[in-house]
Design a protein. Structure first.
Length: 184
């Protein structure tokens, strides 16, 4: 229980520091990656404090037949997929925001803030399709997104902004598919 409290306090401290560093600044890929690295290091530190015999005899582990009988390949595969989808949202938005110019072009349609939600959905769909090997369908996702913004794409400033954001988003999704394919 002490280790759990330690992890909670450490994550809170990291988030407070991260919020103060980010305050008043545009989202930065470096700040995001530094924040994530600090969280991972906190978890590794906590892991090093755990006594393996303490959790090896837990009732959940015993219900699966003991530590040796746990389905480790399925657990790690699930963790890889879950991590990829989580990163596709938060990490993808941070990377795309870091690549896009600070000045958003004027848009006739909805507020461009909706673009981050659309980008997350786009990366999730591409991740699913890529993992399934349905690469032809990825083209349909990008085409549908372009058709929805067709009228606005006639303005050069918006078209360039849109293309940079979309191509960066698709690249993030492709890299995630590659990483998942290598790890699973």
């Amino acid at each position: 229980m002490a280790v759990l409290a330690f992890v909670g306090v450490l994550h809170f401290v990291i988030d407070v520091i991260s919020a103060r560093v980010r305050h008043g600044r545009d989202e930065s890929v470096h700040l995001f990656l530094g924040d994530q690295l600090a969280h991972v290091l906190a978890l590794l530190l906590a892991w090093s404090l755990i006594d393996p015999t303490g959790w090896a005899n837990a009732s959940v582990v015993a219900a699966f037949g003991g530590l040796i009988s746990l389905p480790w390949p399925e657990i790690t595969t699930g963790a890889v997929y879950l991590s990829a989808f989580a990163f596709a949202h938060e990490g993808g938005n941070t990377i795309v925001a870091g690549v896009l110019p600070a000045e958003e072009p004027e848009s006739d349609g909805e507020d461009l803030e909706v673009g981050s939600l659309i980008g997350s959905l786009e990366r999730w769909i591409i991740l699913l399709l890529g993992i399934a090997g349905l690469w032809e369908a990825v083209a349909l996702v990008v085409a549908a997104k372009s058709i929805a913004r067709f009228e606005e794409l006639k303005k050069q400033a918006f078209a360039e902004y849109f293309l940079v954001g979309t191509l960066t988003s698709v690249l993030v999704a492709f890299v995630l598919v590659l990483l998942v394919s290598l790890l699973v």
